[in-house]
Design a protein around this ligand. Structure first.
Ligand code: TYD
Length: 205
């Protein structure tokens, strides 16, 4: 079963993931991430750091996804494992349309087409949502702000996420990231556990 965790920078994914590792340890999940589950992620980080052109950057994020699926996701699914990925394809569909705005027409359709035929759809996606001011203040003034972390950009990224969730309500679970961290972690862990148990009873087609 493939679970993905999504949300803008500052939504609390890192704390959540650390807690899920503890709460779900008995299920022996594979914890993974995008970008950077393979060495392709190094080129993605370099492209972002050096502000490469947005198409190069988008295609590198897609290449990172392809390598991630081939190296980790598909083999783990074939073994019947529970996989929990910190970011996945929806990060592309939420972030890159902002970066590609004005560069190509209808970036979201372009991105969806690039993924067609080889990506693997998550069984469930937990989307952490919070007011932009809270996300930005969580990032902290001292933290070196990456390009994606300016409030105006994050606000558009979150709108894109909410659009994706509205278009696919059976997959997405929207989570209020302002709730106490422990409550968020326990809710998500319980949902994952319930899904993992029912998918064990129902073999993958
Ligand atoms: P990362 O350093 O992994 O941060 P985080 O802890 O927030 O996941 O950051 C990756 C950055 O790249 C983050 O701002 C989101 C962005 N991103 C994209 O723009 N497109 C993508 O496809 C992915 C996976 C991430």
């Amino acid at each position: 079963m493939l679970i993905t965790i999504e949300g803008i920078d500052g939504s609390g994914k890192s704390t959540l993931l650390a807690r899920l590792r503890e709460l779900l340890a008995d299920l022996d999940p594979l914890f993974t991430r995008e970008p950077g589950a393979t060495w392709v992620g190094d080129s993605v980080r370099r492209a972002v750091a050096e502000r490469m052109d947005p198409i190069t950057e988008a295609l590198l994020f897609c290449a990172d996804h392809a390598a991630h699926i081939d190296t980790l996701i598909r083999p783990a699914l074939d073994e019947g494992r529970l996989i929990i990925s910190d970011r996945y394809a929806d990060s592309r569909f939420a972030y890159q349309p902002v970066v590609l705005d004005g560069v190509i027409p209808d970036p979201l359709s372009w991105l969806l087409r690039i993924h067609e035929g080889w990506t693997i759809r998550p069984d469930r996606t937990f989307l952490l949502v919070l007011p932009i001011e809270d996300a930005v203040s969580r990032l902290g003034p001292e933290k070196k702000r990456e390009y994606f972390e300016s409030a105006a950009i994050l606000s558009r990224v979150q709108e894109n996420y909410l659009g994706l969730a509205a278009a696919d309500p059976s997959r997405f679970v929207i989570v209020d990231a302002l709730l106490p961290k422990e409550e968020v972690a326990r809710f998500i862990a319980d949902e994952i556990r319930a899904g993992a148990l029912s998918s064990r009873r129902r073999p993958r087609a």
